[in-house]
Design a protein around this ligand. Structure first.
Ligand SMILES: C[S@@+](CC[C@H](N)C(=O)[O-])C[C@H]1O[C@@H](n2cnc3c(N)ncnc32)[C@H](O)[C@@H]1O
Length: 264
């Protein structure tokens, strides 16, 4: 990871510890009915297809949509954990670019990560990205400009507007961490939210497709969510990763997980 990002990672992890472990009384309730919220931050009427309550402000920052919207209102570009240049050797090995056509790639929770434009320009031109924070989608629209990237506001736990078996690969970076934190101190709820997101990934991915997850804050929980589902076979388990070309994962200050979807 670039050295100037290190302090942010430390702040991120320490804030997580402060917001998730300091409280013992679960405050969230699972809502079984689907509700549709009109998002206050969006200038147009944007619909969030979420059926889930958010944690209270003092219990989780990174698990709240409003937190991310506020972040992105104030800071239009920021890259968590590692940028495209660092990720590229690993991702390209897992999801090679073919001469004829780019693989279809989905980026959940793109936020204000402008390094994903470099990924598009590298050749992954069949790209879709979403975030549940409308301000993140607005940032992405700004930096993608007139590139043909499908950008939507969507909740990773309920991807109603995405079709089954439609992507060759998914690259997620820090989004599953944030989803786990949406359970705040209720670890069961956190794992449930994570399972929903991982199940949605398996639904929209083609059989044989690959998920690459770059996770730091909640790596064990993210790993469990994949390992506990029969849809996935592990390709990389988070241990030291060396590509055939000799790139090593020690530049990335986060865990790299990779899974292949083996069944529907
Ligand atoms: C740690 S940031 C990572 C942003 C970006 N991927 C990066 O690597 O710089 C987590 C992102 O996940 C988004 N997010 C959190 N929960 C989400 C959900 N349920 N659905 C979609 N996006 C979500 C947040 O809005 C935020 O943009």
């Amino acid at each position: 990871m670039k050295s100037y990002l290190q302090p942010f990672l430390i702040i991120f992890i320490s804030k997580i510890l402060a917001t998730t472990d300091a409280f013992t009384v679960p405050s969230l309730k699972w809502e079984s009915t689907t509700s549709i919220h009109h998002h206050a931050h969006s200038s147009t009427a944007t619909i969030l297809y979420s059926s889930l309550k958010e944690p209270e402000e003092q219990k989780s920052n990174f698990g709240r949509q409003s937190y991310w919207n506020e972040c992105y209102e104030n800071e239009r570009e920021y890259t968590w954990y590692a940028g495209w240049d660092d990720i590229q050797p690993f991702f390209t090995e897992l999801v090679p670019l073919k001469d004829s056509e780019s693989p279809r790639v989905l980026l959940p929770g793109i936020g204000n990560d402008s390094s994903m434009v470099d990924m598009f320009d590298y050749g992954y031109t069949k790209m879709s990205a979403f975030d549940y924070a409308s301000e993140g989608v607005d940032c992405a629209k700004d930096f993608f400009g007139d590139r043909d990237c499908d950008l939507q506001m969507a909740d990773a736990r309920n991807l109603v507007s995405y079709e089954d078996d439609s992507y060759d690969a998914i690259l997620e970076k820090g989004t599953l961490d944030a989803i786990y934190l949406s359970g705040a101190n209720d670890k069961e709820l956190a794992a449930k939210h994570l399972k929903m997101a991982v199940d949605e990934m398996s639904r929209v991915l083609k059989k044989g497709g690959v998920v690459m997850s770059i996770t730091a804050a909640c790596a064990d929980a993210v790993k469990d969510a994949f390992d506990n589902s029969e849809h996935w076979q592990v390709i990389h388990d988070g241990s030291f990763y060396v590509t055939e070309d000799g790139y090593t994962s020690n530049n990335i200050d986060a865990t790299i997980l990779a899974y292949e979807k083996v069944s529907n």
